[in-house]
Design a protein. Structure first.
Length: 405
């Protein structure tokens, strides 16, 4: 191991480094004009890559293992606490159908893209599972699958860089579609028509300000959020160990898939969280700060992901990975819009379903806000959270399928 400015056994300084990088990334994302165009998680990853490649910090340390082993699992329940299946079905059942169709399109895109690029990109079976999970849910599913499949950090970092470049292009395509006259005529655009015919008020800005306003977070919210989260992690991981012993070794590939779905600790973590949240929905609906705490933990994970990554490896793999994820996104768009036409979904509903799959519920809600599609903001935000629940299952299934190729 190389000599570094901060040594691997200096845990206090390494924790300080991780937390300072997270704080700097969040501040830059929110306050620096150029940085606001880049997700804070990517800023954190880039800083970590530079620090390790400049020998400021070591590439391996017990602190990083703690983030993988404790901080990451803790984030997953926190980010799922606001999922409310009853509300989703009651308020947005029709749009939910399109979202699920779009999720299937993501799976198909991941499998097709894998077969196109499998000879050129290492660990592509794992990356296919990670991206299928991410493009169904979001970043929480990406990191859960990365941990589950034990993908090398060089490839994870390369995938993150490629994904964010692709996202920028994909969102431009979706925005362009919303203003394309031919697309509006072909799919119908009632929400755009409504905005154009409404009085010229800055409704989207008012809605955005209301939606993103700071929340009141009490001490008890933090205490209950963390207590519930660590309890669910402990319960899920112990249940996983018990089930693996009970089921034993699979005899064939079909048993392997079933056993993996039943006993995998990250899938169980998602399932147990969802069950508990459904049972105690009133309790979790009143908790503030769960998204903030979960997102903070994910930012810490992105710092640790970037630390062992080689700049040379990222550069050599990022372009091919960009092409890989772009193929997934384009297939998702084509199949979603085709199904949307068959089942008579509007242009705006198709755009937001694609956005919620590939980018996640927050980017879909942000797009709806920016375009003034007020009546779609709540439904797409709620429906997008379904992706968090099913994303890891989709990713596991895709990984299993491409792994048999």
């Amino acid at each position: 191991m190389k000599n570094t400015f901060i040594t691997a056994d200096n845990s206090l300084m390494l924790w300080a480094f991780i937390m300072i990088v997270v704080a700097a990334a969040i501040m830059a994302e929110q306050r620096v004009k150029w940085a606001s165009k880049i997700p804070g998680s990517v800023i954190a990853l880039i800083i970590a890559v530079l620090a390790s490649n400049l020998n400021i910090i070591p590439t391996e340390a017990p602190v990083y293992d703690a983030v993988w082993g404790y901080i990451l699992p803790l984030a997953i329940p926190l980010l799922l606490f606001k999922t409310n299946l009853h509300r989703i079905v009651k308020e947005s059942g029709r749009l939910l159908i399109l979202f699920l169709i779009s999720s299937i399109a993501t799976m198909i895109g991941a499998i097709i893209s894998f077969h196109i690029f499998k000879a050129y990109i290492p660990e592509l079976d794992k990356i296919s599972g990670m991206m299928a999970a991410s493009y169904t849910g979001g970043g929480v599913n990406f990191v859960a699958m990365a941990a589950k499949l034990e993908t090398t950090q060089d490839m994870v970092a390369s995938a993150i860089v490629a994904d964010n470049f692709m996202m920028a292009g994909y969102f431009i395509i979706l925005m362009a579609l919303s203003g394309w006259t031919a697309a509006r005529k072909f799919w119908g655009s009632p929400y755009i028509d409504s905005v154009e015919n409404a009085p010229k008020l800055d409704k989207s800005q008012a809605l955005a300000a209301a939606y993103w306003k700071p929340k009141d977070i009490a001490l008890k919210d933090i205490a209950l959020s963390l207590a519930w989260s660590i309890f669910i992690v402990a319960l899920s991981f112990h249940l996983s160990s018990w089930l693996k012993e009970l089921l034993g070794k699979p005899n064939n590939i079909y048993q392997e898939l079933i056993f993996s779905l039943i006993s995998d600790k990250y899938l169980l973590l998602t399932t147990v969280t969802f069950i508990i949240v459904s049972i105690f929905k009133e309790t979790f609906s009143k908790l503030n700060g769960t998204q903030e705490l979960g997102t903070y933990a994910i930012y810490m994970f992105f710092v640790v992901i970037g630390i062992p990554a080689s700049i040379q490896t990222i550069i050599s793999h990022a372009m091919l990975l960009f092409a890989f994820v772009f193929v997934i996104a384009i297939i998702n768009l084509i199949l979603t819009f085709t199904a949307g036409k068959i089942f008579k979904f509007s242009l705006e509903e198709n755009i937001l379903a694609c956005n919620a799959n590939i980018g996640g519920p927050t980017t879909a809600a942000a797009m709806a806000i920016s375009r003034g599609w007020i009546n779609l903001v709540g439904p797409i935000m709620v429906i997008g959270t379904v992706g968090y629940v099913i994303g890891n299952y989709v990713g596991t299934f895709v990984y299993f399928l491409v792994g048999q190729s």
